[in-house]
Design a protein around this ligand. Structure first.
Ligand code: IPD
Ligand code: CA
Length: 260
C-alpha cells in the first residue's frame, strides 16, 4: 500500500462531502462581491461555506493547511507536508451559471504537489492522481495525456487570472504562447483546465500569476497522467506561472520561460 493512501482516502472523502453540500444547499449563496484587496477577485458566500467543511474534514490528518479562503492554518512541519486547498475553483462559473467548477485539494511538500483530488460540479466526477501514485483516475478510470505532437492540432487551455497585470510584456508572452496552438479555450477554472490536459481533451494549459491553490491538485493529476508541468514563481506570495502539457508537444518551451 502507498504510504500516502490514508491521506488520499481522507482527501477523497472530504471532497465528496463538500460536493454534496454544493449540490444540496449552497446555490442560495451566490451573490458575488469583489475583494477589498483585489477588486478583480469575486467571491461568493459559498467559497467560505466550503472552506469551513474542508478545513474541518482535513483537520484529523494533523497536517497544516494553506487555503485560499483562510490562509495558512497550523504549524509548518519539518517534512513541509501540507494540504493546499481551493474550496471552489471557478466561483464565477458557479455563481453565474457559466460552466463547471471544482473543489480542489492537493497534498504538497512545500510548493510541490504530491497528489491531488478534484471534485467536479455539477457532474460530481472525482479525479485524483499524482506521480507518487504513478497514475491518475477519473471515477476509477485511468487518465492518460494525449499523444498529439503538432501545435497546429493542439488545444491550449488558458485564462486571465485576477492578478494578471496586462503589461505589454505579460500580454505579449501570453499571446506568443497562444499563437503556437491550433485552438484556445478559456474554461474559467484552472483545476478543470488541467484536468482536460490529464484526460487528453487538451494538450496544454498555461496561466501567469495564477495562485498555487488553483493549480496544485490539477498539476499533480497531470503528472500522474503522464504529462509534464513547469511551475515558476510569480510576483506575489503563492502566485506562480504554470505551463503543463502532454509532454510530447514540440516547441513549447518558450511559452513559460521566455519572459520570466
Ligand atoms: C479562478 C479560476 C480561473 C483563473 C483565476 C482563478 P477562483 O479561481 O481558476 O480559471 O483564471 O485566476 O482565480 O477564483 O474561482 O478560485
Ligand atoms: Ca477559489
Amino acid at each position: 500500500m502507498n504510504c500516502l493512501q490514508r491521506e488520499l482516502d481522507l482527501a477523497l472523502s472530504v471532497v465528496k462531502d463538500a460536493l454534496m453540500v454544493l449540490c444540496e444547499g449552497a446555490p442560495a449563496q451566490v451573490d458575488l462581491e469583489p475583494c477589498d484587496a483585489n477588486p478583480k477577485e469575486l467571491k461568493a458566500l459559498t467559497d467560505r461555506t466550503l472552506d469551513a467543511i474542508l478545513l474541518e474534514g482535513l483537520r484529523e490528518s494533523g497536517y497544516p493547511i494553506l487555503s485560499e479562503e483562510s490562509g495558512f492554518v497550523g504549524k509548518v512541519r519539518k517534512d513541509e507536508l501540507r494540504w493546499i486547498v481551493d474550496p471552489l475553483d471557478g466561483t464565477v462559473n458557479y455563481a453565474r451559471n457559466l460552466g463547471s467548477c471544482s473543489i480542489s485539494i492537493a497534498l504538497c511538500r512545500g510548493r510541490k504537489p504530491l497528489f491531488g483530488v478534484i471534485g467536479q460540479y455539477p457532474t460530481m466526477e472525482l479525479a485524483w492522481g499524482g506521480a507518487v501514485f504513478d497514475g491518475a483516475f477519473l471515477d476509477g478510470r485511468p487518465l492518460t495525456v494525449s499523444e498529439i505532437r503538432s501545435g497546429a492540432k493542439a488545444v491550449l487551455c488558458t485564462g486571465i487570472p485576477s492578478r494578471f497585470d496586462y503589461s505589454p510584456q505579460a500580454t505579449a508572452s501570453l499571446i506568443g504562447c497562444m499563437k503556437r496552438f491550433g485552438k484556445i479555450r478559456m474554461l474559467g477554472t484552472a483545476s478543470l483546465s488541467l484536468l482536460c490536459v490529464a484526460k487528453g481533451a487538451a494538450e496544454a494549459y498555461t496561466e501567469q500569476e495564477i495562485m498555487l491553490w488553483d493549480v496544485a491538485a490539477g498539476v499533480a493529476i497531470v503528472e500522474g497522467a503522464g504529462g509534464v508541468v513547469r511551475i515558476y514563481p510569480g510576483r506575489e506570495e503563492h502566485s506562480c506561472h504554470v505551463f503543463a502539457s502532454n509532454g510530447v508537444l514540440g516547441d513549447w518551451e518558450g511559452c513559460a520561460k521566455d519572459e520570466y
